[in-house]
Design a protein around this ligand. Structure first.
Ligand SMILES: Cc1ncc(COP(=O)(O)O)c(C=O)c1O
Length: 439
């Protein structure tokens, strides 16, 4: 059945739309996906970090049904409705951005949130330059794709948007070995950041810095706190805005509503999507009121932005997350996964080069012979496929496609989490023995 569906897919779906995992789905609830042959799979991918509150939570399904029966669409510009305002109020309450009020622009996706964050930052500062990072992923629309780092995600799609500059993300595991300590390496990257304005582009035309505090598609690299502090300081000195992209890290994934809460900072602008709608297409830009209001009339908009059904789904998701204590669940899942990954690293030191992440946004990096500079994408692909055979949906990440990441629903039952981790460990152990015992 699975194979038949794949064949049909090949005929009508462009090849560029990737197959991250060979699974199919006909139904899903909580952390379990039922595939086309009726097999139940444990979901460690969560639709790429969209299902922190689980598959089809009842309050969200009920809210979608009720809203669809009442009002599906008017376009918020044409005839406004309360659900949009209610959602914006809720988001401003959870994510306050500054003392003079917070404003929210609702979008259809993460990429659209990023596009609009950049438009807003440029208008608010009257400058056009944007700084982004190696390892960054911000989406596939034109500005978002320009900001995205991995060349494999953008090959042949240019010319790209102008006035975008790229800095090195402080990735200690891969690039920090020649330094005495992580602190020395971070200091070096901070110096490079400061020098950038002398060696690459003047800050006089720089509008904003955009970064992910835990790089999602880039492989779950966590931004060192001292580095972020330096970025924020430089933004203040040079009249640049700090944009934090929380599309993958938000809504409980790291054990907080926002990853930036771990750092004790508030950005000028932030971007959100994924788990805020439990799978309905919705995202948003949140920012300081005066920054958001710097955008001129006519420059922000879209037919479907803040569609009533998506707003209802998002509101119900957030209320459900509050009720079940999503952040505590994120912390709990994160602790279990981290402990297990660290044990696995001890058992398989030649393959697992690094365990990293924040809260339940956790990953391990697969390398060859324990060497951080030799990524093992082959083993990663084999592991993803082997896990699927055994009933676990898991996906990879990283510039070198050699990072195994966990983005499971945070409502996953302890027994399901354990079973998923057991599959992951036993399959990796099997592949590890095949690879290294022969040597
Ligand atoms: C950090 C980050 N920003 C932006 C995006 C783009 O979001 P979307 O796929 O909803 O356009 C993603 C998607 O993976 C992401 O991880």
């Amino acid at each position: 059945m699975n194979d038949q569906l794949l064949e049909r897919r090949k005929k009508v779906v462009p090849n560029a739309i990737g197959v991250f995992n060979p699974a199919t789905a006909v139904m899903a609830k909580g952390a379990i996906v039922t595939d086309i042959s009726g097999r139940q799979l444990i979901d460690f991918a969560g639709g790429i970090g969209v299902l922190n509150a689980g598959h089809s939570p009842k309050p969200v399904v009920d809210a979608i049904k009720k809203q669809a029966e009442t009002l599906i669409h008017t376009c918020f510009n044409v005839a406004m409705y309360e659900k949009y305002i209610e959602l914006a109020e809720k988001l401003a309450e959870i994510f306050p951005h500054g003392e003079n009020g917070t404003k929210v622009m609702i979008t259809n996706s993460g990429a659209e949130a990023v596009e609009n964050a950049i438009k807003i930052a440029r208008q608010a500062t009257g400058k056009s330059g944007i700084l982004c990072y190696t390892g960054a992923f911000h989406g596939r629309s034109m500005m978002a794709m320009t900001l995205t780092a991995k060349t494999g995600n953008k090959l042949g799609c240019g010319p790209f948007a102008g006035e975008v500059y790229r800095l090195d993300f402080p990735n200690f595991f891969r690039y920090g070995r020649r330094f005495k300590s992580e602190k020395d390496y971070v200091d070096y990257e901070i110096q490079k950041l400061k020098d950038f304005f002398l060696t690459h582009a003047d800050a006089g035309n720089m509008a904003a810095v955009i970064l992910e505090l835990v790089q999602g598609e880039g492989g779950f690299h966590v931004c060192p706190p001292d580095y972020l502090k330096a970025v924020q300081q430089i933004c203040r000195e040079k009249n640049m805005l700090l944009i934090i992209d929380e599309v993958q890290s938000g809504f409980g994934r790291t054990g907080r509503w926002a990853a930036y809460e771990h750092y004790g900072i508030t950005p000028d602008i932030s971007t959100w999507a994924k788990s805020m709608g439990s799978g309905m297409p919705i995202g948003c830009v949140i920012g300081r009121a005066e920054v958001m209001d710097a955008a001129r009339a006519g420059t922000l908009g879209g037919t479907y932005l803040g569609n009533p059904v998506c707003c209802a789904a998002s509101l119900a998701t957030i209320r459900y997350m509050e009720k079940i204590g999503i952040n505590a669940l994120g912390e709990k899942v994160g602790k279990t996964v981290r402990r297990r990954f660290e044990q696995m690293q001890k058992k398989m030191p030649l393959a697992i080069g690094h365990v990293r992440g924040l809260g339940a946004m956790l990953a391990f990096e697969l390398v060859e012979n324990g060497d951080p500079s030799v990524p093992d994408a082959t083993l990663t692909k084999e592991l993803v496929n082997a896990c699927h055979e055994k009933g676990l949906i898991i996906i990879s990440a990283g510039t070198y496609a050699n990072v195994i990441r966990v983005l499971s629903p945070l409502v996953i039952k302890d027994s399901e989490l354990k079973r998923g981790l057991d599959i992951l460990e036993s399959e990796l152990l099997r592949l590890y023995k095949m690879k290294y015992d022969a040597q």
